[in-house]
Each structure stands twice: as C-alpha cells, then as structure tokens.
Design a protein around this ligand. Structure first.
Ligand code: ACO
Length: 330
C-alpha cells in the first residue's frame, strides 16, 4: 500500500491519575454489585477518583506540564490549545481558558471541543489541521475528565464503569516520516438518547425535583451502546487504515477507548487485530472517557510498548454518538 506522508507528529505525552483508588470491593459496599460481576462484564478491577474540590483543569495542568517538560517546550511556545472534557470546571468560560491561564500559555488560542469519549482523537485531527495548514507550529491537546462528578452513585449499571484522569499530547509540524497518518471520524446525534445527561442545560434546566431524581447525572442504555460501539470502532479502524495506506498486519499496536473489555475484544476481532497487539489498562482505571486514550498512549510510550517507527491504530466511541479512529507512526 502507498503510505500517507505525515505533516504533524506527536512529540511527547503526559498523564495524571488522581492517587485515590476505588476498588470493586469498595463498590460492593455502596451498591448491590459484586467484584465478580464487574470483572466478568467489564474487565474493570479498580478506578481512580478525585478528592472533593479537584477539577478538570487541576488534572489537565498536571498531565499537560508532564507532556510539555518531556518535549522541552515552554507554555509560551503553544499556538493551539484544545481541551476535551465532559466535566468542565464551569459552563462559561472554557476549561481550555482555565488551563491556558494556569500554564501561562500566553500566545495561543484555547478552546474546548466536546465529543465525549472520542474527544481526544477528534482534537488530534483538529490540531493537525491547524498545524498542517501553517496556522501554528505547536499544539497541546489535553483530555481531562472528572467522571465521578456526573455519575449517579446509586445506579449500579453506570457507577461501576467510570474513573477520573487526564492525558495530554504535544504536537509539532514534522518534516520527517513519523506522525499522524490518517483520521476517520463520524457522529450520529439521532442516537444521543443512548448516553446523555438529560437536565442541566438550556433545554431542560435543572430544578429541585430534577435534582432529586438525578436528571443531571449520566444515563446510559448499556446494551445498545455496546453494540453501536463495536460496529463503529471496527468500521472506523478499517477506514482509517485504508486512508493511511496501512494494512492491518502492519499495525504494531492498537489503543482502543477503554470502556469495556468485551467491547475491546469484539472490536479487535472485527478489525482483525489479535489481542496481543491491543493495549488494555481499563482494569486499573475504568472508563475515563476522552482521557482513556492519551493515558494509555503515555503508558505505552513510557513502557516501551511503542518503539521508533511503530504503527499505532487508535479507535474511540462515545456519547453523541461520536466515534473515530486515527493511525499514527512514532
Ligand atoms: N452489578 C450487578 N448487576 C448488575 C450491575 C452491577 N454493577 N449492573 C447491571 N446489573 C444487572 C442488571 O440489572 C441486569 O439484571 P436483570 O437481568 O435482573 O435485569 C443484568 O445485570 C444484566 O444487565 P445488562 O445491562 O444487560 O448487562 P450487560 O451484560 O449489557 O452489561 C454493561 C452492562 C457493562 C453496562 C454493558 O452493557 C456495557 O459495557 N455497555 C457499554 C457501556 C459503555 O461502554 N459505555 C461507555 C461507552 S461510551 C463512553 O465511554 C462514554
């Protein structure tokens, strides 16, 4: 196959996980569930949860500083700052602006792009577009999620799934052969009811009855989301590989969104990638929404699971519905 020539590369990554661990055994004491059920149905053993008062920009600053330090880039060099989060510090202004001020990134534009669990891959594509068209040299892409703040801790079907965390990547225009090779992203808002927070926006403002009912918390039709996720991530992977001119056998590592081990296994099977070449960390962190992929990417780079020249396929799926896949060479 003819390979696409990249024009933007991932220079470095960083991650931050809050230290507090919530195990399945802890959840057994909170709702009617069991460690066995959670492990068998999801693959999750434990997740990280922030202490009270910790915000998305707190986590974001920690992961961003690690990525910037590793790249040897100062905040003042950032031209583009994109943040993905389903749990912004405030509705107005963006969490990206909070982060911009905290980092002292004084010459960038900063914005949140909200695509739920697909947010990191969406933002990689957007940042690449800005850099590749010459509207900047350096981008910082951060995904940061305090999922524990929007979970219904009385709903056993969702509260066992999610965790908090943040991951970041520094992108630079590249003249070499390494970098982002392709993206394939899609959305389908007609299925928004499968995974959403019904109240708290302008459409359904939160009143005291809604607050009591928990209408502002995550509602999910788990089985339907499951089926859509597998099909969408497998299709997007195939399309992204085709666009990159990379065959499935050439993929050294797949980093899927970490939602459920059964979704990951089924997606890998449909995409034609054996599980030995698929990275999984959801047993330790649960589903950190858009932060899942950059945290996994950072672990893989740190542990040497990704070496120089390796081809990596990443696929995501989330509320919206949104989904997509990216192919990159390191
Ligand atoms: N502990 C024990 N029993 C439970 C629990 C729990 N934590 N949660 C649900 N159950 C029960 C249900 O009540 C149901 O009982 P019933 O048969 O008596 O009615 C039974 O288990 C089966 O429920 P299902 O929902 O059919 O179980 P399923 O095998 O589908 O697993 C799960 C549920 C894990 C949520 C699965 O559907 C799933 O992973 N879906 C995808 C969710 C996901 O990944 N969402 C995020 C993707 S997008 C994003 O990341 C934002």
């Amino acid at each position: 196959m003819t390979r696409t020539k990249p024009s933007v590369e991932i220079l470095s990554t960083g991650r931050f996980l809050p230290p507090r661990i919530l195990t399945n055994q802890d959840l057994e004491k909170m709702v009617d569930t069991s460690d066995t059920w959670i492990r068998d149905r999801t693959g999750i053993r434990e997740r990280r949860i922030v202490d009270d008062g910790v915000t998305a920009s707190d986590l974001a600053e920690a992961s961003a500083r690690k990525a910037l330090d590793r790249a040897g880039i100062s905040p003042a060099e950032i031209d583009v700052l994109l943040v993905s989060t389903a749990t912004p510090d405030r509705w107005l202004p963006s969490t990206a602006c909070h982060l911009q001020a905290r980092l002292g990134a004084n010459r960038c534009f900063a914005a949140d792009v909200h695509a739920a669990c697909s947010g990191f891959l969406y933002n990689l594509a957007l940042a690449e577009g800005f850099l590749a068209t010459g509207r900047g040299d350096t981008a910082l892409v951060v995904a940061t999620e305090v999922m524990s703040s929007i979970i219904d801790w009385d709903d056993r079907s969702t509260c066992v799934l999610f965790g908090d965390g943040s991951g970041a990547a520094v992108l630079r225009r590249s003249s070499g052969t390494r970098g982002l090779l392709s993206h394939h992203h899609r959305s389908d808002g007609s299925l928004s009811h499968l995974l959403h927070r019904p109240a708290g926006g302008v459409e359904h403002p939160l009143d005291s009855e809604g607050l009591d009912r928990g209408d502002h918390l995550v509602k999910m039709a788990g089985r339907e989301v499951f089926k859509s996720a597998v099909r969408a991530m497998a299709d997007a992977s195939t399309e992204a590989l085709k666009a990159a001119g990379v065959s499935v056998d050439e993929v050294d590592l797949m980093i899927p969104h970490q939602a459920n081990i059964r979704i990951i296994e089924a997606t890998a099977r449909y995409a034609g990638i054996p599980m030995e070449r698929v990275y999984v960390n959801l047993d330790r962190f649960g589903n950190m929404s858009s932060a899942s992929i950059p945290v996994a990417l950072d672990e893989c780079l740190e542990e040497g699971r990704i070496g120089k020249g390796d081809l990596v396929l990443s696929a995501a799926f989330g509320a919206g519905l949104t989904w997509g896949a990216s192919v990159m060479q390191f």
